[in-house]
Design a binder for this molecule. Structure first.
Ligand code: ADP
Length: 401
């Protein structure tokens, strides 16, 4: 078979993977794509190409001439197989050109060899190659995007951790500062209060009539301030990770009665109905002072934020814990305010703020105390529909190591 009198250069354009041998079976020329990935010009063909098919075909000029126009598969070691058709070239000295294309089944191989679409001719299974390359490109892009997403997520995580660490650092600095300042304030405040009470009781001599009101204001204000200072101290104390509670066996129903008797005057002043549903005796292992304070806060709030109706306190014991429900028919809490009332200094809805003054420290302290016991304080409420706070305390404290 003779090539249709095309010059070799034109043949190379048609078959960029072609190679040409002369009678001595040296490669006298190779297509630009083949030469780029598998240099063979000037070398003995048998050293660069092994014949895979037909199996019986050997490297000889005669055998090649007998195969003109047939399909011959050559193996380029470690690269690819070439599916070629030998053609006799019309030239002064006889030459056979192997015209065809590589057999590349996997897009990865094309990429590995660094081949691009430009290096193929349209008849070189080009449609397949384009498809394979596109698929590979899309996959590579996806992998790259996934890696970028991963990297971004990691960076965000690192950033969040930094922010969190900084927040924790600032928060513990704030707690330390509050604890320090409160401590420093408490001593002079106690002094002021003691001295004012002494004046009121005329321990330092008779007090003129017109002095009794200002002295009362001093005592009232100092007590109020001392309350806030003590709350601040409690807040920082129960925020600390290493704070220990002092658990003892406490008869909870009796403690509820004690708290109620402390705030009975407020109940009466408001004309509220008190409903008690207590199980007795109900023994719980807890820190007595902290539990009294939690009850005082919850029952005190129920009274403070209820203009009319009732306050109900009920105890329900479960297998491992006791639930103390404090329910009221008061102003209720909106869902937005419910998110924040356990945060220090947050005072919830305007309606509640109008009903009573406060510092917004009671609930945050109470919840921290409950959590220190392995329990919690939760709330169910609706604005204008009353509230139900639930204090959950485990019946027993886990044994300390
Ligand atoms: P304070 O009562 O000093 O403001 P707390 O921390 O005890 O501080 O309560 C925080 C806020 O939660 C209150 O300001 C109020 O808005 C809301 N709150 C607490 N208990 C009740 C209740 N029983 N009914 C309605 N609102 C309540």
């Amino acid at each position: 078979m003779t090539s249709p009198s095309l010059p070799l250069e034109a043949l190379k354009t048609l078959f960029p993977f072609l190679f040409v041998v002369d009678e001595s079976l040296h490669v006298v020329s190779a297509g630009p794509s083949l030469e780029a990935v598998y240099p063979c010009e000037g070398q003995l063909a048998a050293q660069r190409f092994s014949i895979k098919r037909p199996v019986a075909l050997e490297w000889s000029w005669q055998a090649l001439k007998a195969s003109l126009g047939r399909l011959v598969v050559f193996e380029c070691e470690g690269c690819f197989a070439l599916h070629m058709t030998p053609c006799l070239l019309e030239s002064p000295r006889p030459m056979i050109a192997m015209c065809g294309a590589p057999w590349l089944e996997r897009a990865e191989d094309i990429m590995r060899l660094g081949l691009t679409i430009k290096q193929f001719a349209p008849q070189d299974h080009i449609v397949n190659y384009i498809f394979l390359m596109q698929r590979l490109t899309v996959e590579a892009q996806r992998r790259q995007e996934a890696a970028q997403r991963d990297e971004r997520a990691q960076a965000e995580l690192r950033q969040l951790k930094l922010i969190n660490d900084e927040r924790e650092r600032l928060s513990s600095l704030k707690d330390e500062f509050l604890a320090g300042v409160s401590h420093e304030l408490r001593t002079p405040l106690t002094g002021i209060l003691g001295a004012a009470e002494g004046i009121q009781e005329e321990a330092f001599g008779p007090v003129p009539e017109e002095m009794s009101y200002p002295v009362e204001v001093i005592i009232h204000s100092a007590e109020h301030l001392l309350g806030i200072v003590n709350d601040l101290l409690d807040l920082s104390k129960y925020s600390a990770e290493d704070v220990h509670i002092d658990p003892v066996m406490v008869q909870l129903d009796a403690l509820v009665h004690e708290v109620i008797s402390m705030i009975e005057p407020q109940l009466e002043r408001r004309g509220l109905e008190l409903r008690l549903e207590l199980e007795s005796p109900l023994m719980v292992e807890c820190d007595q002072r902290a539990t009294r304070q939690m009850l005082l806060n919850l029952i005190g709030n129920a009274i403070k934020y209820t203009a009319e109706g009732f306050v109900r306190v009920s105890l329900i014991s479960e297998a491992q814990a006791v639930l103390i429900h404090v329910e009221d028919s008061g102003c209720g809490i909106s869902s937005e305010a419910m998110e924040e009332i356990f945060e220090p200094f947050r005072r919830g809805d305007a309606l509640a703020r109008r009903l009573h003054d406060g510092a917004g420290l009671g609930l945050p302290i109470a919840r921290r105390m409950a959590r220190r016991h392995g329990g919690d304080i939760t709330v169910r409420s609706e604005l204008g529909q009353g509230s139900r706070f639930t204090l959950r305390l485990p019946l027993r404290q886990p044994q300390a190591d």
